[in-house]
Design a protein around this ligand. Structure first.
Ligand SMILES: NC(=O)c1ccc[n+]([C@@H]2O[C@H](COP(=O)([O-])OP(=O)(O)OC[C@H]3O[C@@H](n4cnc5c(N)ncnc54)[C@H](OP(=O)(O)O)[C@@H]3O)[C@@H](O)[C@H]2O)c1
Length: 313
């Protein structure tokens, strides 16, 4: 398992949590982030994922990495979204703005490259057809130059109903006769399994597959706000009891056992959640249980519509 910093580097994100009574100062977030990073390392996590749009996510990770100086840490970051909420609580607009231009790549790369030599994955943040990234020759060539100069794995991350199609198109992209993309960070979980076949193909062909949003942003946890998932909650709770873990560890384990990706990201926002998430490392699901969980998938159209309506708070 890897650890993502989306919920650690900024005070507001998609949160299903009901308890909002936490200290949202930058100092408190920094302290929590360092505790979560330390605990994750202690418990065997070596891959850490961040992005410029995760507020202080890149800065916290870089500072922690410099201070701790662990030799075996692997870092991944992204480019293409800018954090604009500026730690303002209740920020009314979009907290992050997307721009897949050459200027944005060069601006963000100038900051992110300081994570070298631990940086291994450099990813287009949320590649879509709309953003034009897959057809922008100057950007694709600049990514290829970064790859040649640094040896980094160049990747894309995907979100939305079209993940499968975007991945298939990205897989074909070549620069100077060389395939460009080596790694794919994709949403896959008990509710959203539409990428299963393409992800298995990627894994078989030696690409790196990193799974994000394995807990469906918290929608796997029983909540009266999502009555449609009553049947899912019953099965998730029953299996969590059977394996003596929480629903989170069970849902993370489903990703591991059904797909066998290179990494599954924990999105823990504190040490307690992290420890619960990492229990996924300590057991395996029986085949019949994986099969039963596969039946919980909803249509990608429904899933992504619902995700777009989740509050940032
Ligand atoms: N490339 C992209 O576009 C993209 C998009 C999304 C995520 N990511 C990456 O993937 C990582 C994980 O994704 P994610 O955090 O969005 O989604 P997630 O893993 O599906 O959900 C994480 C959330 O689940 C809740 N949670 C986790 N463990 C819990 C527990 N034991 N008890 C109660 N609640 C628990 C927390 O919510 P609360 O914070 O509300 O408590 C946490 O923020 C991110 O950190 C980021 O690195 C990338």
């Amino acid at each position: 398992m890897g650890l993502g910093l989306a919920a650690l580097g900024r005070p507001e994100y998609i949160n299903i949590r009901t308890n909002h009574d936490i200290d949202k100062s930058e100092t408190a977030f920094k302290n929590t982030t360092f505790s979560v990073l330390d605990e994750a390392y202690k418990l065997g996590v070596r891959y850490f994922d961040t992005a410029p749009s995760y507020g202080k996510g890149e800065a916290f990770l870089q500072e922690w990495n410099t201070l701790t100086n662990h030799e075996d840490v692997i870092l991944g970051t992204k480019w293409g979204y800018t954090y604009v909420a500026n730690w303002q609580l209740g920020y009314p607009g979009k907290h992050e703005i997307k721009e897949h231009s050459l200027e944005k790549l060069l601006e963000q790369w100038a900051v992110s490259k300081k994570m070298i030599p631990h940086l291994k994955y450099y990813q287009v943040h949320s590649a879509t057809f709309d953003s034009g990234i897959l057809e922008n020759q100057s950007v694709l060539e600049a990514l290829f130059r970064i790859k040649e100069d640094t040896g980094l794995h160049i990747g894309i991350t995907t979100s939305g109903e079209n993940q499968k199609k975007v991945i298939s198109e990205a897989l074909k992209i070549e620069v100077n006769g060389n395939l460009l993309f080596d790694s794919f960070q994709v949403s896959y979980n008990v509710l959203e399994q539409s990428t299963f076949d393409v992800l298995r193909t990627l894994i078989r062909s030696g690409k790196t597959v990193i799974i994000k949003e394995a807990l469906a942003n918290g929608r796997v946890f029983e909540s009266e706000n999502f009555p449609k998932y009553k049947v899912a909650y019953t099965l998730l709770n029953k299996l969590a009891d059977k394996y003596d873990v929480g629903v989170d560890a069970m849902a993370l384990r489903f990703v591991m056992d059904s797909l066998q990706p290179d990494y599954v990201l924990s999105g823990a926002s504190n040490v307690t959640q992290l420890k619960e998430n990492l229990k996924a490392n300590a057991f395996e699901l029986e085949d019949a249980d994986v099969k039963a969980l596969k039946a919980l998938a909803v249509s990608p159209g429904f899933y992504w519509q619902e995700r777009s309506e989740l509050d940032w708070n």
